[in-house]
Design a protein around this ligand. Structure first.
Ligand code: SF4
Length: 381
Protein backbone atom coordinates (compact mmCIF):
# COMPACT_ATOMS: atom_id res chain seq x y z
CA UNK A 1 0.00 0.00 0.00
CA UNK A 2 1.25 3.51 -0.82
CA UNK A 3 2.27 5.38 2.32
CA UNK A 4 -0.01 8.45 2.59
CA UNK A 5 1.60 11.63 1.36
CA UNK A 6 -0.33 14.89 1.04
CA UNK A 7 -0.14 18.19 -0.81
CA UNK A 8 -1.64 21.35 0.65
CA UNK A 9 -2.16 24.35 -1.63
CA UNK A 10 -2.73 27.71 0.00
CA UNK A 11 -4.73 30.06 -2.22
CA UNK A 12 -4.74 33.23 -0.13
CA UNK A 13 -7.48 35.40 -1.64
CA UNK A 14 -11.06 35.95 -0.47
CA UNK A 15 -13.82 38.18 -1.80
CA UNK A 16 -14.03 39.78 1.68
CA UNK A 17 -12.51 39.39 5.13
CA UNK A 18 -14.65 37.78 7.85
CA UNK A 19 -14.71 39.47 11.24
CA UNK A 20 -13.23 36.49 13.10
CA UNK A 21 -10.59 35.38 10.59
CA UNK A 22 -6.87 35.43 11.28
CA UNK A 23 -5.93 33.00 8.50
CA UNK A 24 -3.33 34.06 6.00
CA UNK A 25 -6.09 35.43 3.77
CA UNK A 26 -6.38 38.71 1.88
CA UNK A 27 -9.00 40.50 -0.14
CA UNK A 28 -8.72 39.51 -3.78
CA UNK A 29 -6.63 42.29 -5.38
CA UNK A 30 -8.49 44.40 -7.94
CA UNK A 31 -5.65 44.10 -10.42
CA UNK A 32 -6.64 41.89 -13.32
CA UNK A 33 -4.27 38.96 -13.42
CA UNK A 34 -3.61 38.69 -9.63
CA UNK A 35 -5.10 35.21 -9.48
CA UNK A 36 -3.30 33.97 -12.59
CA UNK A 37 -0.03 35.31 -11.19
CA UNK A 38 -0.59 33.49 -7.89
CA UNK A 39 -1.60 30.20 -9.56
CA UNK A 40 1.41 30.38 -11.88
CA UNK A 41 3.76 31.04 -8.94
CA UNK A 42 2.36 28.08 -6.98
CA UNK A 43 2.77 25.83 -10.02
CA UNK A 44 6.33 27.09 -10.42
CA UNK A 45 7.08 26.49 -6.73
CA UNK A 46 5.85 22.91 -7.12
CA UNK A 47 7.91 22.26 -10.22
CA UNK A 48 11.13 23.87 -8.90
CA UNK A 49 11.04 22.84 -5.23
CA UNK A 50 14.03 20.83 -3.92
CA UNK A 51 13.88 17.11 -4.56
CA UNK A 52 13.93 15.64 -1.04
CA UNK A 53 10.41 14.28 -1.43
CA UNK A 54 10.75 13.20 -5.06
CA UNK A 55 9.51 9.73 -5.76
CA UNK A 56 6.57 10.16 -3.39
CA UNK A 57 3.12 9.67 -4.84
CA UNK A 58 0.45 12.04 -3.60
CA UNK A 59 -2.53 10.34 -1.98
CA UNK A 60 -4.46 13.46 -0.92
CA UNK A 61 -4.60 17.06 -2.08
CA UNK A 62 -6.24 19.94 -0.25
CA UNK A 63 -6.89 23.37 -1.74
CA UNK A 64 -7.38 25.70 1.24
CA UNK A 65 -7.04 29.38 1.88
CA UNK A 66 -8.42 31.90 1.56
CA UNK A 67 -11.27 30.99 -0.71
CA UNK A 68 -9.89 28.71 -3.43
CA UNK A 69 -13.18 28.95 -5.32
CA UNK A 70 -12.42 32.55 -6.32
CA UNK A 71 -9.79 31.00 -8.62
CA UNK A 72 -10.84 29.93 -12.12
CA UNK A 73 -10.90 26.24 -13.03
CA UNK A 74 -7.98 26.69 -15.43
CA UNK A 75 -5.90 28.17 -12.56
CA UNK A 76 -6.75 25.22 -10.30
CA UNK A 77 -5.95 22.96 -13.27
CA UNK A 78 -2.51 24.51 -13.74
CA UNK A 79 -1.63 23.71 -10.12
CA UNK A 80 -2.97 20.15 -10.35
CA UNK A 81 -1.02 19.62 -13.53
CA UNK A 82 2.19 20.73 -11.79
CA UNK A 83 1.54 18.27 -8.93
CA UNK A 84 0.98 15.46 -11.42
CA UNK A 85 4.18 16.27 -13.28
CA UNK A 86 6.31 16.74 -10.16
CA UNK A 87 5.05 13.86 -8.04
CA UNK A 88 2.36 11.75 -9.62
CA UNK A 89 -1.03 11.46 -7.99
CA UNK A 90 -2.33 8.07 -6.84
CA UNK A 91 -5.41 6.61 -8.50
CA UNK A 92 -8.38 7.32 -6.23
CA UNK A 93 -6.57 10.19 -4.42
CA UNK A 94 -8.82 12.49 -2.40
CA UNK A 95 -8.74 15.98 -3.92
CA UNK A 96 -10.59 18.53 -1.77
CA UNK A 97 -11.31 22.15 -2.59
CA UNK A 98 -12.67 24.62 -0.05
CA UNK A 99 -15.33 26.95 -1.35
CA UNK A 100 -17.70 29.55 -0.08
CA UNK A 101 -21.39 29.72 -0.93
CA UNK A 102 -22.03 32.46 -3.44
CA UNK A 103 -18.74 31.82 -5.28
CA UNK A 104 -19.74 28.58 -7.06
CA UNK A 105 -22.39 27.39 -9.49
CA UNK A 106 -23.01 24.10 -11.23
CA UNK A 107 -20.92 24.98 -14.29
CA UNK A 108 -17.92 25.91 -12.16
CA UNK A 109 -18.23 22.74 -10.07
CA UNK A 110 -18.57 20.56 -13.18
CA UNK A 111 -15.31 22.03 -14.43
CA UNK A 112 -13.64 21.16 -11.10
CA UNK A 113 -14.93 17.59 -11.36
CA UNK A 114 -13.43 17.29 -14.83
CA UNK A 115 -10.08 18.43 -13.42
CA UNK A 116 -10.17 15.64 -10.83
CA UNK A 117 -11.48 17.43 -7.71
CA UNK A 118 -13.36 14.73 -5.76
CA UNK A 119 -14.49 16.48 -2.59
CA UNK A 120 -15.88 19.89 -1.66
CA UNK A 121 -15.66 21.56 1.70
CA UNK A 122 -18.22 24.36 1.84
CA UNK A 123 -18.03 27.12 4.46
CA UNK A 124 -21.64 27.35 5.66
CA UNK A 125 -20.72 28.57 9.19
CA UNK A 126 -24.35 29.25 10.19
CA UNK A 127 -27.84 28.94 8.75
CA UNK A 128 -29.07 32.14 10.40
CA UNK A 129 -28.93 35.09 8.03
CA UNK A 130 -28.61 37.46 10.97
CA UNK A 131 -25.61 35.59 12.36
CA UNK A 132 -23.88 35.40 8.98
CA UNK A 133 -24.19 39.16 8.62
CA UNK A 134 -22.90 39.70 12.16
CA UNK A 135 -19.76 37.62 11.60
CA UNK A 136 -19.01 39.37 8.32
CA UNK A 137 -19.95 36.63 5.87
CA UNK A 138 -21.53 37.92 2.69
CA UNK A 139 -23.45 34.79 1.74
CA UNK A 140 -26.95 33.73 2.76
CA UNK A 141 -28.30 30.38 4.00
CA UNK A 142 -30.12 30.05 0.65
CA UNK A 143 -26.77 30.28 -1.16
CA UNK A 144 -25.38 27.48 1.01
CA UNK A 145 -28.32 25.25 0.11
CA UNK A 146 -27.84 26.22 -3.52
CA UNK A 147 -24.11 25.38 -3.37
CA UNK A 148 -24.86 21.87 -2.05
CA UNK A 149 -27.51 21.34 -4.75
CA UNK A 150 -25.07 22.53 -7.41
CA UNK A 151 -22.40 20.16 -6.05
CA UNK A 152 -24.78 17.21 -6.35
CA UNK A 153 -25.89 18.25 -9.83
CA UNK A 154 -22.23 18.46 -10.84
CA UNK A 155 -21.69 14.89 -9.61
CA UNK A 156 -19.90 15.40 -6.26
CA UNK A 157 -20.55 12.46 -3.96
CA UNK A 158 -18.39 13.70 -1.12
CA UNK A 159 -19.45 17.05 0.31
CA UNK A 160 -18.54 18.55 3.68
CA UNK A 161 -20.01 21.59 5.40
CA UNK A 162 -18.28 23.74 8.03
CA UNK A 163 -20.29 25.28 10.84
CA UNK A 164 -19.16 27.41 13.79
CA UNK A 165 -20.81 27.49 17.21
CA UNK A 166 -20.35 29.85 20.14
CA UNK A 167 -20.97 32.78 17.79
CA UNK A 168 -21.95 36.18 19.18
CA UNK A 169 -25.66 36.53 19.83
CA UNK A 170 -26.31 32.78 19.33
CA UNK A 171 -27.85 30.36 21.82
CA UNK A 172 -26.96 26.65 21.94
CA UNK A 173 -30.34 25.97 20.31
CA UNK A 174 -29.39 28.27 17.41
CA UNK A 175 -26.20 26.27 16.92
CA UNK A 176 -28.17 23.04 16.99
CA UNK A 177 -30.65 24.42 14.46
CA UNK A 178 -27.78 25.31 12.10
CA UNK A 179 -26.30 21.83 12.45
CA UNK A 180 -29.70 20.25 11.76
CA UNK A 181 -30.06 22.38 8.61
CA UNK A 182 -26.61 21.28 7.47
CA UNK A 183 -27.43 17.63 8.16
CA UNK A 184 -30.76 17.93 6.34
CA UNK A 185 -28.81 18.70 3.16
CA UNK A 186 -27.55 15.12 3.25
CA UNK A 187 -23.83 15.89 3.35
CA UNK A 188 -21.30 13.13 4.00
CA UNK A 189 -19.16 15.15 6.42
CA UNK A 190 -19.55 18.02 8.84
CA UNK A 191 -16.88 20.04 10.64
CA UNK A 192 -18.11 21.97 13.68
CA UNK A 193 -15.71 24.34 15.40
CA UNK A 194 -16.15 26.57 18.43
CA UNK A 195 -15.42 30.21 17.60
CA UNK A 196 -11.88 31.12 18.56
CA UNK A 197 -11.21 34.73 19.33
CA UNK A 198 -7.99 35.88 17.74
CA UNK A 199 -6.35 39.09 18.96
CA UNK A 200 -5.70 40.67 15.59
CA UNK A 201 -9.22 40.43 14.18
CA UNK A 202 -12.19 42.77 14.31
CA UNK A 203 -13.83 40.37 16.79
CA UNK A 204 -10.68 40.35 18.92
CA UNK A 205 -10.75 44.15 19.11
CA UNK A 206 -14.50 44.31 19.82
CA UNK A 207 -14.15 41.68 22.58
CA UNK A 208 -11.35 43.70 24.23
CA UNK A 209 -13.66 46.72 24.22
CA UNK A 210 -16.51 44.62 25.69
CA UNK A 211 -18.60 45.16 22.57
CA UNK A 212 -19.07 41.56 21.43
CA UNK A 213 -22.08 39.64 22.83
CA UNK A 214 -20.27 36.31 23.24
CA UNK A 215 -22.12 33.42 24.88
CA UNK A 216 -20.72 32.26 28.26
CA UNK A 217 -18.40 29.25 28.22
CA UNK A 218 -20.98 26.81 29.55
CA UNK A 219 -23.28 27.73 26.66
CA UNK A 220 -20.48 27.12 24.19
CA UNK A 221 -19.91 23.68 25.70
CA UNK A 222 -23.65 22.97 25.55
CA UNK A 223 -23.78 24.16 21.92
CA UNK A 224 -20.93 21.79 21.03
CA UNK A 225 -22.67 18.90 22.77
CA UNK A 226 -25.98 19.64 21.01
CA UNK A 227 -24.27 19.82 17.62
CA UNK A 228 -22.46 16.53 18.28
CA UNK A 229 -25.67 14.83 19.40
CA UNK A 230 -27.50 16.04 16.30
CA UNK A 231 -24.74 14.69 14.04
CA UNK A 232 -24.58 11.33 15.74
CA UNK A 233 -28.36 10.92 15.74
CA UNK A 234 -28.24 11.44 11.97
CA UNK A 235 -25.51 8.84 11.42
CA UNK A 236 -22.60 11.25 11.11
CA UNK A 237 -20.11 9.68 13.47
CA UNK A 238 -17.67 11.78 15.43
CA UNK A 239 -14.15 10.67 14.51
CA UNK A 240 -12.22 13.72 15.67
CA UNK A 241 -13.02 16.43 18.22
CA UNK A 242 -14.59 18.72 15.61
CA UNK A 243 -15.32 16.34 12.74
CA UNK A 244 -18.19 14.00 11.91
CA UNK A 245 -18.58 11.70 8.93
CA UNK A 246 -20.67 9.00 7.36
CA UNK A 247 -19.00 5.62 7.09
CA UNK A 248 -15.99 5.73 4.75
CA UNK A 249 -16.11 9.53 4.45
CA UNK A 250 -13.53 10.70 6.97
CA UNK A 251 -11.36 13.47 5.52
CA UNK A 252 -8.30 11.51 4.40
CA UNK A 253 -6.11 14.59 4.08
CA UNK A 254 -6.87 15.71 7.63
CA UNK A 255 -6.36 12.17 8.92
CA UNK A 256 -2.85 12.46 7.51
CA UNK A 257 -2.24 15.52 9.72
CA UNK A 258 -3.65 13.79 12.80
CA UNK A 259 -1.44 10.77 12.13
CA UNK A 260 1.63 13.01 11.89
CA UNK A 261 2.10 12.04 8.26
CA UNK A 262 4.27 13.79 5.70
CA UNK A 263 2.94 16.46 3.37
CA UNK A 264 4.18 19.34 1.27
CA UNK A 265 2.56 22.76 1.41
CA UNK A 266 2.75 25.23 -1.47
CA UNK A 267 1.62 28.84 -1.63
CA UNK A 268 1.96 31.84 0.72
CA UNK A 269 2.49 30.80 4.35
CA UNK A 270 1.98 27.09 3.58
CA UNK A 271 3.58 24.67 6.03
CA UNK A 272 5.25 21.38 5.16
CA UNK A 273 6.14 18.37 7.27
CA UNK A 274 8.61 15.83 5.98
CA UNK A 275 9.58 13.10 8.41
CA UNK A 276 9.99 15.26 11.51
CA UNK A 277 11.20 18.40 9.73
CA UNK A 278 8.80 21.33 9.39
CA UNK A 279 9.25 24.33 7.17
CA UNK A 280 7.05 27.13 6.05
CA UNK A 281 6.78 29.72 3.33
CA UNK A 282 6.77 33.50 3.56
CA UNK A 283 3.19 34.48 4.32
CA UNK A 284 2.53 37.85 2.63
CA UNK A 285 1.52 37.20 -1.00
CA UNK A 286 3.82 39.94 -2.36
CA UNK A 287 6.86 38.49 -0.61
CA UNK A 288 5.91 34.97 -1.64
CA UNK A 289 5.62 36.01 -5.29
CA UNK A 290 8.96 37.81 -5.18
CA UNK A 291 10.76 34.87 -3.63
CA UNK A 292 9.33 32.30 -6.02
CA UNK A 293 10.10 34.62 -8.94
CA UNK A 294 13.71 34.95 -7.81
CA UNK A 295 14.53 31.46 -6.53
CA UNK A 296 11.63 29.12 -7.33
CA UNK A 297 10.91 28.66 -3.65
CA UNK A 298 9.76 30.80 -0.69
CA UNK A 299 10.83 28.93 2.46
CA UNK A 300 11.03 31.43 5.35
CA UNK A 301 11.74 29.17 8.33
CA UNK A 302 12.22 25.61 9.50
CA UNK A 303 12.27 23.52 12.63
CA UNK A 304 13.50 19.99 13.20
CA UNK A 305 11.45 18.30 15.89
CA UNK A 306 13.39 16.48 18.59
CA UNK A 307 12.43 12.86 19.22
CA UNK A 308 10.73 13.98 22.46
CA UNK A 309 8.77 16.73 20.68
CA UNK A 310 7.63 14.28 18.00
CA UNK A 311 6.45 11.93 20.72
CA UNK A 312 4.43 14.63 22.52
CA UNK A 313 2.91 15.85 19.30
CA UNK A 314 2.03 12.30 18.23
CA UNK A 315 0.14 11.83 21.53
CA UNK A 316 -1.61 15.19 21.27
CA UNK A 317 -2.76 14.65 17.68
CA UNK A 318 -4.08 11.17 18.40
CA UNK A 319 -5.94 12.36 21.48
CA UNK A 320 -7.96 14.51 19.07
CA UNK A 321 -9.24 11.34 17.42
CA UNK A 322 -12.31 9.66 18.82
CA UNK A 323 -10.53 6.32 19.10
CA UNK A 324 -7.46 7.86 20.75
CA UNK A 325 -4.60 5.38 20.45
CA UNK A 326 -3.49 2.03 21.82
CA UNK A 327 -0.55 1.59 24.17
CA UNK A 328 0.75 -0.92 21.68
CA UNK A 329 0.77 1.60 18.82
CA UNK A 330 2.76 4.07 20.95
CA UNK A 331 5.31 1.42 21.91
CA UNK A 332 5.58 0.27 18.29
CA UNK A 333 6.18 3.82 17.07
CA UNK A 334 8.65 4.95 19.76
CA UNK A 335 10.19 1.74 21.06
CA UNK A 336 9.18 2.22 24.70
CA UNK A 337 5.96 2.04 26.73
CA UNK A 338 3.93 5.25 27.18
CA UNK A 339 4.16 4.95 30.97
CA UNK A 340 7.95 4.77 30.76
CA UNK A 341 8.10 7.86 28.54
CA UNK A 342 5.67 9.81 30.76
CA UNK A 343 5.77 8.22 34.24
CA UNK A 344 2.59 8.77 36.28
CA UNK A 345 0.91 11.02 33.70
CA UNK A 346 -1.74 8.54 32.56
CA UNK A 347 -2.73 7.64 36.11
CA UNK A 348 -3.10 11.24 37.22
CA UNK A 349 -5.20 12.15 34.16
CA UNK A 350 -7.43 9.16 34.78
CA UNK A 351 -7.81 10.15 38.42
CA UNK A 352 -9.09 13.58 37.37
CA UNK A 353 -11.62 11.94 35.04
CA UNK A 354 -10.09 13.39 31.87
CA UNK A 355 -8.83 10.12 30.39
CA UNK A 356 -10.91 7.00 29.82
CA UNK A 357 -10.04 3.87 31.76
CA UNK A 358 -10.37 1.46 28.79
CA UNK A 359 -7.57 -1.12 29.11
CA UNK A 360 -4.80 -0.77 26.55
CA UNK A 361 -6.24 2.40 25.00
CA UNK A 362 -5.70 6.09 25.68
CA UNK A 363 -8.49 8.51 24.86
CA UNK A 364 -10.21 11.47 26.49
CA UNK A 365 -13.52 11.12 28.30
CA UNK A 366 -16.38 13.33 27.00
CA UNK A 367 -15.38 15.94 29.63
CA UNK A 368 -11.74 15.55 28.71
CA UNK A 369 -12.50 16.42 25.09
CA UNK A 370 -13.30 19.95 26.21
CA UNK A 371 -10.05 20.16 28.15
CA UNK A 372 -7.69 18.63 25.66
CA UNK A 373 -5.09 21.34 26.30
CA UNK A 374 -4.95 20.18 29.93
CA UNK A 375 -4.56 16.55 28.96
CA UNK A 376 -1.95 17.35 26.35
CA UNK A 377 0.13 19.71 28.52
CA UNK A 378 2.19 17.05 30.37
CA UNK A 379 2.91 15.26 27.08
CA UNK A 380 3.99 18.43 25.33
CA UNK A 381 6.06 19.80 28.25
S1 SF4 B 1 -13.70 33.19 3.81
FE1 SF4 B 1 -12.46 31.95 5.22
S2 SF4 B 1 -10.33 32.52 4.82
FE2 SF4 B 1 -11.62 34.07 3.84
S3 SF4 B 1 -11.75 35.72 5.34
FE3 SF4 B 1 -13.53 34.39 5.69
S4 SF4 B 1 -12.85 32.85 7.23
FE4 SF4 B 1 -11.03 33.89 6.42
Amino acid sequence: MTEPFGAYLHLPYCPYKCHYCDFNAYRLPRAEGARQEMAAAIAEEILRSPGEDLGRTITSIFFGGGTPSVFRPEEIGEILQALRRRYGVARGAEVTLECNPGTVDEGYLRALRRLGVTRLSIGAQSFRAETLARIGRLHTPAQTRQAVRAARAAGFKNVSLDVIYGLPGETPEDARASALEAISLGVEHLSAYALELEEETLFGRLARQGRLPLPPEEEVVRAGDLVAAACEAAGLQRYEISNFARSGRRARHNMLYWHQGSYRGFGPGAHSHLWGRRFWNAAPPGEYLRRVGAAGEAVAGEEVLSARAQMGEWVYLRLRLQEGFTLQSFARRFGLPLDAAYPGVRDSLRATGLLDAVPGRVRPTPDGRWLLHRIAAPFLA
